[in-house]
Design a protein around this ligand. Structure first.
Ligand SMILES: [Zn+2]
Length: 134
């Protein structure tokens, strides 16, 4: 699965985003080490917006549900309505989530209209890492 194919899968699922509060729809496609794809969209919650979930974390939750624990790449696309933004990066919450669960994952996104493959270190210059002494 190359980066363009992964981006296309994120684009296809983006239409299912539930973004009635903002209108901003995001689709994500995670590629696991088992070479399986798990999809996710953003889902905005009605009463308590803090309960809304991003497409990336939704895709990971889907993958975890099916027993996946190791991931190679995640692609994401987003934009208002049917549009696709020329640049989109994961939010801070999703970056921290990936740092905790899959720190070596590659992130495939549009940067200025070009598909690029990034690492978490490209987005987080000084990461927060909890030293687990257990
Ligand atoms: Zn996010």
């Amino acid at each position: 699965m190359n980066n363009e194919e992964l981006i296309e899968m994120a684009k296809k699922v983006k239409v299912n985003a539930f973004a009635y509060q903002t209108g901003y729809k995001v689709g994500a496609a995670v590629l696991s080490e088992n070479n399986k794809i798990y999809l996710g969209v953003n889902v905005e919650e009605k009463c308590l917006p803090n309960l809304s979930i991003c497409a990336e974390r939704n895709a990971f939750q889907n993958a975890f549900t099916y027993g996946e624990r190791n991931f190679l790449k995640i692609a994401l696309v987003g934009g208002m309505g049917d549009k696709i933004d020329e640049t989109l990066t994961p939010c801070g919450i999703c970056l921290q989530y990936m740092l905790d669960l899959c720190p070596n994952i590659k992130i495939v996104v549009y940067i200025n209209g070009i598909i690029e493959e990034k690492s978490l270190q490209d987005f987080i210059s000084v990461p927060f890492i909890l030293n687990d002494k257990k």
